[in-house]
Design a protein around this ligand. Structure first.
Ligand SMILES: Nc1nc2c(ncn2[C@@H]2O[C@H](COP(=O)(O)OP(=O)(O)OP(=O)(O)O)[C@@H](O)[C@H]2O)c(=O)[nH]1
Ligand SMILES: C=C(OP(=O)(O)O)C(=O)O
Length: 281
């Protein structure tokens, strides 16, 4: 069984290479990616715990709600490089994991894998458990690393950062170059995000992007105004108006009916229809 350390940068500083996307949206995407990544990791049978190392209070709160353990990231030397900070955060998490759960072998997974599927992760974890040494999964671009798995004696020796594929290979780690695509598709750029969307992203990222995958139940409907409210699956009640109702093409809504809906960035419903029907574009 494995303990996976996931480093999570402060959300306000995350995913700068998604720069065409405005900062507030980037923050939401970075959080959604790691929520999907943690969800998939925790659903993988060989994963005994997910330990998130972060200095970000919101990421800590959201990821702990999914079942991850949190190790608050210690402050770093201002003169250290981004890669040094990242590797220091991972080593800190690995040390914490080994002292708290010595029964679990340690690995480090990046948090930017929104398409991650438990089956792809399970396959690599099972193969790596059968070898005593370190091993790693190169990213889809072929230059970086998405997963580094430590040796049986606990050694992780992370070399994340630019060209980490070469760094990990040169340091003697075995490469799993045939790992499943969902484990290799990290998202740094908009082109990466498009690729991840083709593999199929998790629910948090789908929701954040506004793919119309939100669902809820009709709580009220007024035939006079054609407005009412919907109860989302997370317990939030949201109002919809006639424009949103008309955009979905329905003639009436009944209390208790399952609906699919699209909301804008501010959480305002812009269209809703029956859950079994596609939302009109
Ligand atoms: N705790 C911690 N996590 C980090 C740090 N730097 C990067 N990470 C995480 O490491 C993983 C891989 O990082 P990158 O792909 O470089 O992501 P990023 O730094 O958000 O992206 P860019 O700003 O575009 O470089 C992601 O889960 C990041 O959140 C750090 O200094 N501390
Ligand atoms: C830090 C890394 O991620 P990226 O290349 O996605 O920045 C890495 O691959 O080591």
């Amino acid at each position: 069984m494995w303990s996976l350390v996931i480093p999570v940068k402060r959300l306000s500083e995350a995913k700068t290479r998604l720069a065409p996307v405005p900062p507030e949206r980037r923050r939401g995407l970075a959080l959604a990616f790691v929520r999907d990544c943690v969800t998939a990791a925790l659903a993988t049978p060989q994963v005994g715990q997910v330990l998130v190392v972060t200095a970000d209070p919101e990421a800590a709160r959201r990821l702990s709600a999914l079942g991850a353990r949190i190790a608050p990231e210690p402050g770093s030397d201002a003169s250290s490089s981004a890669a040094q900070r990242l590797n220091a955060a991972i080593s800190f998490g690995a040390g914490r994991s080994l002292s708290q759960r010595p029964d679990l072998r340690v690995g480090a997974l990046t948090g930017d894998l929104p398409a991650l599927r438990p089956a792809d992760l399970a396959e690599v974890l099972a193969r790596a458990a059968a070898i005593p040494g370190r091993s790693f999964v190169p990213d889809a671009a072929g230059t970086g690393t998405t997963l580094l798995l430590g040796a049986l004696d606990g050694g992780l020796d992370p070399r994340f950062g630019p060209d980490s594929r070469t760094g990990h290979a040169r340091s003697g780690a075995l490469e799993w170059s045939d790992a499943g695509p969902s484990l290799r598709q990290d998202v740094d750029t908009l082109a990466d995000l498009e690729a991840a969307l083709r593999w199929g992203v998790g629910a948090h990222t789908a929701h954040e992007i506004g793919l119309g995958l939100m669902q809820g139940t009709v709580r009220s409907f007024d035939p006079e105004t054609r407005g009412g409210t919907v109860l989302l699956d997370d317990g939030t009640e949201l109002p919809y108006d006639a424009a949103a109702f008309d955009a979905g093409g329905l003639r009436l809504a009944r209390i208790g009916q399952r609906v699919a809906l699209r909301a804008d960035e501010g959480g305002r419903i812009t269209a809703l229809t029956l859950a079994t029907l596609p939302l009109p574009q």
